[in-house]
Design a binder for this molecule. Sequence first.
Ligand SMILES: [Zn+2]
Length: 280
Amino acid sequence: MSDKPRKVFISIDMEGITGIVDWAQVGRDPHEYEVGRKLMVGDLNAAIEGALEAGAEEVVVSDAHGRMRNLQPEEVHEAAYLIRGSPKPGSMMEGIGEGFDAALYVGYHSMKGTENGILCHTISGRAVDAIYINGRETGEFGLNSALAGWYGVPSVFVSGDAAVAAEARSFVPNIKAAIVKWAVGRYAAKCLHPKKARALIKKTVTEALADAGNIKPYRVEEPVEVKIRYATSTMADVVSILPYIERVDGRTVKAVFSSYPEALRGLRATIYLAGAAENR
Ligand SMILES: [Zn+2]
């Protein structure tokens, strides 16, 4: 890698955005969602500005929340490419690959069941109880940073609440985190003002990219064992139709994959199926 990170990838979710504390703001309420989208693009543009300040020549942004059309193209900083829409094979990480110098995670949240984790969940709040990669419980940050790591890309920055910062550090010890809110429960937090949050995000991204060469890509051992506990036994019944799946117990299944990208695809396919299982 050259001294300056030239190519930067940003995956942006919504639950960890400044000021967001409720599902209403991430899609459930039309009015509050519009306010949430403005807050989201504010955090994003601060991260892009931080990347440009660090010398980035190419910034690729992957809209990673819900249907992945949250960001209004015209509001996104013009220096960045925007990947939007779903479904797509790479999901929250669509666009990542070899050639990137660093991956950033904006607006991320902690895994399901985290104490004081704002809007904590793991991929699907309705379908997934827990995901274990090689025996270790892993949330969205761990799942996605392991894909970046598979391509040799270090995960250098995360923004969100204090809980996701702690979770990210448990996977990438020297990752730089911009904490924009502190939960007082799953649906309440003490928040930085958006202006202060954006300044913090910009500054922390610039520092993180300057230090990118010292951060090791997060990798998981291959072959990869994926174990998933669903919300209901019906979900595990339906997922067990897939030939690569082994049933562990009422709500839990597992599978072994030779490579990590395959494991992530295999995992996502089960979650789509599980989501359809209770539609009866
Ligand atoms: Zn989300």
